[in-house]
Ligand binder design. Structure first.
Ligand code: SAH
Length: 273
């Protein structure tokens, strides 16, 4: 490849499918492997959450849209997977481009399984997931020594689009100080209720980050008790982050500026640690 740093770049061979993460939006958050793949692909099969400007980096490739269109339901997962098999069997270099990371709530695993079952060779190119990179663009670190030693990533939908009632919300509430919810807007009220019933405080800090890393990014800072009404006011895609790490945005919101230097009141101790 001409203008990428010299490296032993893997060749995108005809008949292969690469499952590639596009990151949360900002095209600068693509990996170099993703860029390399875009430049070689014959066809790009992309989702609704992929920032359109990224497709311009694959000028030679045919574009196949695999998301919802004009309110119509999205094609079934099986249809998408089988279309990938078909394109690969036509001898194309097939780039399956998914928002964020293909293996994080992205059904990349399912698509990979179908491809492998049909004898189609695959490569996985990870991407920056919205629940990490999207929060970073809002000035929220998913972990911080003064807040949490673990983080729980949860989906607010199950396979049928319902609240994942099969989830053990009590265990989730207790497991980590910080909970990051994907696809959580629709069932925010129920989720907040379950977490509070399990002992999480109504005054606990919460951030809702919509369209993270895009020019449309917006952040609502609220508390768990107000999550239902705040979630009802915004449109997807949104990441919901629950935990005291949200307070660090007051100092780390590098896009909007500093409001407060020591929101946790722990700097004196930390400096000497
Ligand atoms: N594979 C993706 C997640 C796909 S599930 C990843 O790793 O990021 C889709 C959900 O991801 C959305 O409902 C939303 O919760 C979250 N999401 C993806 N992109 C986002 C963005 N730019 N801003 C906020 N949330 C986003």
């Amino acid at each position: 490849m001409t203008d990428l740093p010299s490296f032993d770049w893997p060749e995108f061979l005809p008949g292969w499918v690469w499952l590639v993460g596009a990151g949360p939006g900002d095209p600068g958050l693509l990996t170099l492997h993703a860029l390399h793949a875009l430049r070689q692909a014959d066809v790009v099969v992309y989702d609704a959450l992929v920032e359109p400007r990224i497709l311009d980096w694959a000028p030679g490739a045919e574009r196949v849209y695999a998301g919802k269109r004009g309110g119509k339901p999205s094609p079934s997962q099986r249809d998408i997977s089988l279309r990938l098999v078909e394109l690969a069997r036509e001898g194309k270099r097939v780039l399956r481009l998914k928002g964020g990371d293909p293996f994080v709530f992205g059904r990349g695993g399912e698509e990979g399984q179908t491809l492998v079952e049909h004898g189609v060779p695959i490569r996985i190119v990870p991407g920056i997931s919205a629940g990490i990179g999207g929060l970073a663009y809002a000035g929220i670190p998913v972990t911080h020594r003064d807040v949490n030693q673990s983080v729980t990533f949860v989906t607010g939908h199950d396979q049928t689009g319902q609240t994942p009632s099969s989830l053990d919300w009590r265990a989730i509430a207790r497991a980590s100080e910080v909970i990051v919810i994907y696809m959580g807007l629709k069932h925010a009220a129920q989720i907040a209720g379950e977490l509070m019933a399990a002992g999480r405080g109504a005054s606990e800090p919460v951030a809702i980050v919509t369209d993270a890393t895009t020019p449309r990014q917006a952040v609502v800072e609220t508390i768990l008790g107000s999550l239902p009404e705040e979630a009802a006011k915004v449109e997807p895609p949104a990441i919901i982050c629950i935990g005291r790490n949200v307070l660090l945005r007051q100092v780390l919101d590098w896009r909007e500026g500093v409001r407060r230097l020591d929101p946790l009141g722990t700097r004196g101790r930390i400096e000497s640690a």
